[in-house]
Design a protein around this ligand. Structure first.
Ligand SMILES: [Zn+2]
Length: 390
């Protein structure tokens, strides 16, 4: 059996780090690129369009062309809202990965998470666009002498303009709800972070978001509204994801693998039996073992591998036959945040010193597992200042 050589850490860390952390990532497609920012549509947004067309939201059932124009213009307002976020983020030196349009109004996915202060302005910029749009439409409506009550307008074209006015008011109000993942949630978090630990502030904003999502979900069941249910599920999932991603980012920023790695650990040799491995497992708190041949790492044996091996092959089988030859390693100076994205459940990441010469192989100096990394992050967060923002 030939061992699979570990891949260089650059390859392993780059792609998971760039993978957008979004629950509905796969279901979107590229629509356009504006100001260098890809605009994507998520399939649930298309469901919204279908619903709008079918139910005639906007009151123009008799005028299908006007309905289609209304939907396209509404969609343009959402894009402008997101561009408000993205272009403000650019002013703070933060690039936007892309803009994805969901039924609740779209998400500008920033490549780096902003600090809490600049996030306040980035968050406010989106709803501010809707305020400006509503003001412009309102001035036009007032100037034309059209009533603001849509039910009093029989002509389709003025009705379209009034509908767009109210749609922008609705977009503003919905996005300013003080709950993650809405913009209002970020504003709330910025506000709370003045008085509370940033992590606590993030958790509160996410909990309010999930609480609102539950209420919205219940309401959608009572009113049999599938669109509301869809939004409720989205808000619930996104609030949790958002809070976790932010927490990880906040905790891991500025730390390297070297600080967090376990230095004191046991290894197994390829020629050891599972009986020896089981004795090592029982004699200490270590669950996973690097397997070496001489100085060189050949694989890892996790507790699950060991138990499976014992059940299938018995205690006299060799570690080499049961271990995983495919393992991940990183260099000690790698950013901890990158590594957190690369973890697979219940599998350790090995830490190797880079080889000194091209013919050398990397030298094993440490191990990381999710548990010990999280402990390290939480302890170092609460040992350091400041927790609050001024
Ligand atoms: Zn927004």
């Amino acid at each position: 059996m030939t061992p699979i050589p570990p891949q260089p850490p650059e390859h392993q860390s780059a792609s998971p780090f760039r993978r957008p952390q979004n629950p509905f990532d796969s279901g979107s497609f590229l629509l356009a690129v504006i100001a260098g920012i890809p605009i994507r549509i998520h399939f649930t947004f298309l469901l919204l369009l279908v619903l709008v067309a079918a139910t005639g939201i906007g009151g123009n059932q008799g005028h299908s062309l006007i309905s289609v124009i209304y939907v396209i213009l509404l969609f343009a307002c959402v894009v402008l809202h997101e561009l408000g976020h993205a272009l403000t983020a650019r002013r703070y030196g933060i690039r936007t990965y892309d803009i994805v349009l969901y039924p609740i109004g779209g998400v500008a996915r920033l490549q780096n998470l902003p600090d809490v202060k600049s996030e306040l302005w980035i968050a406010l910029a989106g709803p501010a666009v809707n305020v400006v749009l509503a003001a412009l439409l309102g001035i036009a409506i007032a100037a034309a002498g059209v009533p603001f009550d849509p039910s009093q307008i029989p002509a389709p074209l003025p009705r379209l303009v009034v509908d767009l006015f109210w749609s922008n008011i609705a977009l503003f109000a919905f996005n300013m709800l003080p709950a993650f993942p809405m913009d209002g949630g970020r504003v709330l978090r910025s506000f709370l972070a003045k008085y509370l630990d940033v992590l606590v502030a993030t958790r509160i904003a996410a909990s309010i978001g999930q609480g609102l999502a539950l209420l919205l979900g219940l309401w959608s069941l009572f009113t049999l509204n599938p669109l509301l249910l869809l939004i409720a599920v989205f808000v619930f999932v996104a609030a949790g994801q958002e809070a976790n991603a932010y927490q990880t980012h906040l905790l891991a920023t500025g730390h390297t693998v070297r600080e967090a790695m376990l230095r004191d650990f046991h290894t197994l040799s390829v020629g050891d039996t599972l009986r020896t491995a089981a004795e090592k497992l029982l004699s200490g708190s270590q669950h996973d073992f690097p397997v070496v041949f001489g100085e060189e790492v050949q694989g890892v044996l996790t507790r699950a591998d060991l138990l499976r091996g014992l059940a299938q092959e018995g205690p006299d089988a060799y570690v080499a036959g049961v271990m995983q030859r495919d393992f991940t390693y990183v260099y000690p100076n790698t950013d901890l945040e990158q590594v957190l994205q690369a973890f697979t459940p219940n599998k350790p990441i090995l830490v190797m010193e880079p080889p000194q010469t091209p013919t050398d192989s990397p030298k094993l100096i440490g191990m990381l597992n999710q548990e010990n990394v999280l402990e390290f992050l939480i302890i170092s967060h609460f040992n350091s200042r400041p927790h609050r923002l001024d």
